[in-house]
Structures are given as structure tokens and as C-alpha cells.
Design a protein around this ligand. Structure first.
Ligand SMILES: Cc1cc2nc3c(=O)[nH]c(=O)nc-3n(C[C@H](O)[C@H](O)[C@H](O)COP(=O)(O)OP(=O)(O)OC[C@H]3O[C@@H](n4cnc5c(N)ncnc54)[C@H](O)[C@@H]3O)c2cc1C
Length: 545
């Protein structure tokens, strides 16, 4: 079937255009024609709510293969191209119905190619020592998992990136196309603030290397750009000395006001007095094993003693989670000596003035890699009980600190007081750590909260449709109440009006201009449902806006 597409494409093209289809692309396309299993996988994602079958899955071995596939699509009047990282989107964002899906994982696995750094991870020394404490970079393929970057950096070089996601089986290109946030974001910035250079194949099939100083407009467009402007085939990530261990602590709050006051105090401290990681979540004030008290203690730690909760604690409680890195292997992390500067003592001192419920505190000393891999345990359990493969009607929002207390009252305590059978993350980050030139849309205020409703569907639980409808009701409440908020991983079906509202008028104009510049036929990332594919030879409607 793919060869039929290519035949049509080449028949419509000038002879010299047809000559651009590399043997590698033709071979990959031919191989994928019979790859029903590959097409089935690419028709689904982690969300399990949307299905869109591609014409073919292309497994590029190099940036050249990516460029060939995009150029081939451009020769047709209708083909689109979606880069698929690890398919962990929840609303079909990495799909291409009837189009080509690029399996970016194959780029990470491919043997060394002619272009340095495309296929394999490489250590690169910063010119003149670099800035921000970074002396080295990792050159990594766009399809590499963050987990692979972590193990490669720590095992081979004792180095690691500063900014992570909670879960590391996500690709570098996939999270850089969105933002990439975790408890480190308040301090080190999101992942889109931790990139020195990108190698990108744009929607016109051109291969470009960009950075803050070279093609900066493309560099910033691609970061948080929802895959609209180019396919990231390589990223250059700053590396830092990897910590040896982590003091990991969770404490409990009955009052949302106390919780947010402490969380905001922690994320605005000077770096030398700050934790390395601050997160938190809401949970149900009950013994429910998934939504309630048992979800709080750090695995292997103490039991949750509910008798310590203050009288009159409401239906929802909050858990603040912090981590302090330890770099020196000689310190004993659990040394309690007053004179000791070990992370356990330092961490305790830093928490002394916080207003959490005394006694409801859980702490552990764990290895750095174990700490960053903590969600793997959640995955293993979810795979065991079947909820990993069930649908995931997730909702991720950034909510301004101005409105987060109202949001808590109306949504968390109001609509979700029984829990969502998964984490309800609520933690602050700072807008000043995000570059306004990237494509990411953020609320207005300096402090805003990630609110991540990570629903896992269990047998006998509410129907998926009900959960999707509840997400819609939450968004309606945000709009009706005039909250300063943005969707993270946005998914709109209402066309330009919704996207324009999402970005705001000026940023939407910039997004449209960038689309016209880098992907004029609107070939890329059709699953985001932002721009319709324009026929070859005609300008995309977006360039006329
Ligand atoms: C269990 C789980 C935990 C998560 N935890 C976090 C978290 O802590 N923090 C956080 O920020 N996010 C988190 N996410 C969300 C995650 O960042 C997104 O799902 C993101 O899409 C990355 O997933 P992916 O690599 O599988 O990309 P995909 O879902 O495959 O792709 C996402 C989008 O990026 C585009 N894309 C993919 N690769 C490229 C590329 N190389 N070049 C250009 N465009 C590309 C796709 O076309 C698509 O539009 C989590 C998701 C899951 C399922």
C-alpha cells in the first residue's frame, strides 16, 4: 500500500522531485506496507480514547530518512506525517490518520549514521566551560527515552540533565514538543529550558540545526511546539554532576491554604537554601487503598497514622513532597548529629518552619537513579492490575496561584472529593523559569500550579465517557469562573477559535506565522488537529490568516 502512495506521489511529481525519495525511504515504506501490527500500535496511544490508523509506519534510521518521508508526503495532495515518540499522548496527538507515522524510537536504536549525534548519544564538551554550572552536553536522538539518557549519563560519565519528568519512559522529542515538567521545574526550569541545540527536520523537508543564537526563531518555535514545526532528530542537553543519593520526604496538610503557602515559600527560596525537587498531590481523607491514606507513605516506609489528623480535617488532604540531593558519597545521609551537614539533617532544618501535620511525615534515603525511576513501580503495578492498558482520560492544567484556592474548592473538593483512582498532582512552578519565546502557553501569574488529574480506570469504576465528561465540566468551570489557566497537552476539536483562545491573540498569530514559515503545507503532527493539510502547491490556510 505504501508503495502505491509513493507511486502516486512520484507520478504527480517532477522527475527531479521523484529522485529525492531515497532508497532508504522506499525500502522502509515497502517494509511497512505489510506491517499491520506496526500500524495497529501507531493507531493507538496511552490515552486509549482515540484511534486513527496510518497508511504506514516509517522507521527512520537517520535525519535523512525523516526528511525523505516528509518530502515524499509533500509531493502528494493529502499525506501527513506524525512523529511518534513513545505514544504516551492521551488524545491522539502523535497519530496521522491515513498518513505516515515516524517511529522515532527507531532513530534512537539505529546504528551510527553519517551525521554525528543523530543515532547515538554522545558526550560533548562545552566551549570555554559553558554557563550555569554545565561543562558537558549530551547529544541524544529525538527518539531516546529520558530513562536511556539517565542511565547513559550516570553510568558512563557520572553526569545527568537537571530537569526531568516524573516518568522517564517518554521520549526527548515528545516532551520537548510539550514542556517536560516535574518537581525540578521550579528550580532548574522545565525541560524546554534545558536544551542548548536542536537538530530539526522542518515541514518543508529541510534539515536545520538551531539554538538560541542560530535560527533562534525555529529553536523556540519547536520547543513546546506540539510537533507543528519540525521533527526533532537530535537534542543537545546540558549535563551536570549527578547526585549520589536523595533525601526524599513527604508531609501531610489538612489545610490547602497552609499547603500552598509552604509550597510557594519553598519554590521561591534562594537556590542555596532550596530543595532540588518540590511536588505534591491531593488525596482523599479515608483508608481507600488507591485514593486515600495508604497512597501517601514512601514505599517501604511508615504507616499513615490517621489519629494524628486534626479534628475537623476535610474530605481532601494534601501531601507535599520534597527532595534534597546529596553529592558526596562520604556523608551518611541519616546522620542525626547537629554538626552534620548530611542531607537528612539539612532537609529536616529546611522543613522545620513548615506547617504540616506533625507526625505525618515520611522520609527515605534512596539512590538518585532509583528516585528518578520511582514511577516505574507504579507502571509495574498498573500493568499487573490491567489499568496500564485501560483508557486514561487524563487532564493536565496549569492554574495560576491567583486562582488555585478557588480551583481547589470548586474542582478538587467540589467535584473530585472521592478521588480519581490515580494521582491528583498539585504543585507550583515559576513562570520566570520558562522562556517566553517558546511555543508553550502559560497562565499570566509568576507562580502557577501544575494540576494533573492522572486517572486510572479500574474494573467496576465509572465509565470512561463519564470521566471524559467530567474533564469537560472541569474545563467549563475554569472558563465560567474566569480562572487564569492553560491546558497542558491541549486537545481541542473546535478549530481556530479554541486554539486562538488557548494561546492568546498575539501568541496565536506568532504560532500561525511560524507554521507558515516552517510547515507551509501543514504536513506535520496532524493529530493535534490545529491546521488542516494544504494541497501541494497551494499555501496553507494558516498562512492566509
Ligand atoms: C505515565 C505518564 C507519565 C507522564 N509524566 C509526565 C511528567 O511528569 N511531566 C510531563 O511533562 N509530562 C508527563 N507525561 C506526558 C508526556 O510528556 C507526554 O505524553 C508527551 O507526549 C511525551 O510522550 P512521548 O514521548 O510518548 O510523545 P508522543 O506522545 O509520541 O508525542 C507527543 C507529541 O509530540 C510529537 N513528537 C513526538 N516526538 C517528536 C519529535 N522527535 N519531534 C517533534 N515532535 C515530536 C508528536 O507528534 C505528538 O504531537 C506523562 C505521560 C505518561 C503516559
Amino acid at each position: 500500500m505504501m508503495l502505491a502512495y509513493m507511486d502516486r506521489a512520484t507520478a504527480a511529481a517532477e522527475p527531479e522531485d521523484a529522485g529525492e525519495l531515497s532508497p532508504a525511504t522506499m525500502a522502509a515504506a515497502a517494509a511497512s506496507a505489510g506491517d499491520a501490527a506496526g500500524r495497529r500500535v501507531a493507531a493507538m496511544d496511552f490515552g486509549g480514547l482515540v484511534r486513527a490508523v496510518p497508511a504506514a509506519v516509517v522507521r527512520p534510521a537517520s535525519a535523512d530518512d525523516v526528511a525523505s518521508a516528509i518530502r515524499a508526503a509533500a509531493l502528494t495532495p493529502h499525506l501527513t506525517v506524525a512523529a511518534r515518540g513513545n505514544g504516551h499522548s492521551v488524545a491522539g496527538q502523535a497519530m496521522a490518520e491515513g498518513g505516515l507515522v515516524l517511529d522515532m524510537r527507531s532513530l534512537a536504536a539505529a546504528p551510527s549514521s553519517s551525521r554525528r549525534g543523530v543515532a547515538q548519544m554522545q558526550l560533548v564538551q562545552c566551549p570555554e566551560g559553558g554557563g550555569g554550572g554545565c561543562c558537558f552536553f549530551a547529544d541524544v536522538p529525538g527518539g531516546a527515552l529520558w530513562e536511556e539518557v539517565l542511565h547513559w549519563g550516570v553510568d558512563n560519565h557520572g553526569l545527568a540533565p537537571a530537569s526531568w519528568t516524573d516518568y522517564l519512559r517518554l521520549t526527548v522529542g515528545g516532551t520537548l514538543s510539550n514542556g517536560g515538567v516535574s518537581g525540578q521545574s521550579f528550580r532548574y526550569g522545565p525541560q524546554v529550558s534545558n536544551v542548548a541545540e536542536l537538530e530539526v527536520v522542518t515541514g518543508d523537508g529541510e534539515y536545520r540545526v538551531c539554538s538560541r543564537s542560530s535560527h533562534p526563531d525555529l529553536f523556540f518555535a519547536v520547543l513546546g511546539g506540539l510537533g507543528q514545526f519540525g521533527v526533532i532528530t537530535r537534542a543537545r542537553i546540558p549535563l551536570h554532576k549527578a547526585p549520589k543519593a536523595v533525601r526524599w520526604t513527604r508531609v501531610v496538610y489538612a489545610s490547602f491554604a497552609d499547603y500552598t503557602a509552604d509550597a510557594e515559600w519553598l519554590v521561591t527560596r534562594d537556590p542555596d537554601a532550596a530543595f532540588d525537587y518540590v511536588e505534591g498531590f491531593a488525596f482523599v481523607n479515608s483508608d481507600d487503598p488507591v485514593n486515600g491514606w495508604p497512597s501517601v507513605p514512601i514505599p517501604g516506609g511508615a504507616r499513615f497514622d490517621a489519629s494524628l489528623l486534626p479534628a475537623g480535617a476535610g474530605p481532601v488532604l494534601y501531601c507535599l513532597e520534597v527532595a534534597l540531593y546529596q553529592y558526596d558519597a562520604h556523608h551518611r545521609p541519616d546522620d542525626d548529629d547537629d554538626e552534620d551537614q548530611g542531607v537528612a539533617s539539612v532537609s529536616r532544618r529546611m522543613m522545620a518552619r513548615l506547617k504540616y501535620v506533625r507526625g505525618l511525615e515520611f522520609a527515605a534515603d534512596v539512590g538518585y537513579v532509583d528516585f528518578l525511576s520511582r514511577v516505574n513501580r507504579v507502571e509495574e503495578e498498573a500493568r499487573r492490575n490491567g489499568s496500564w492498558d485501560a483508557p486514561h482520560p487524563w487532564l493536565n492544567l496549569f492554574v495560576s496561584a491567583r486562582d488555585v484556592a478557588d480551583f481547589d474548592r470548586a474542582v478538587i473538593k467540589g467535584m473530585l472529593a472521592d478521588g480519581i483512582d490515580g494521582p491528583m498532582l498539585v504543585y507550583p512552578m515559576l513562570k520566570s523559569k520558562w522562556d517566553p519565546n517558546t511555543s508553550v502557553a502559560l497562565p499570566e501569574g509568576e507562580i502557577f500550579y501544575l494540576v494533573a488529574l492522572l486517572r486510572f480506570c479500574r474494573p467496576g469504576g465509572p465509565a470512561v465517557d463519564e470521566l471524559v465528561a467530567q474533564n469537560g465540566a472541569i474545563l467549563s468551570a475554569c472558563r465560567a469562573n474566569g480562572y487564569d489557566y492553560k491546558a497542558y497537552f491541549p486537545s481541542y476539536r473546535g478549530g481556530e477559535a479554541e486554539w486562538s483562545r488557548h494561546f492568546g491573540a498575539a501568541r496565536w498569530r506568532r504560532f500561525v506565522d511560524r507554521k507558515a514559515r516552517y510547515d507551509p503545507l501543514a504536513i506535520l503532527a496532524p493529530g493535534q488537529k490545529i491546521f488542516p493539510r494544504a494541497p501541494a502547491g497551494r499555501p496553507s490556510p494558516c498562512s492566509l490568516v
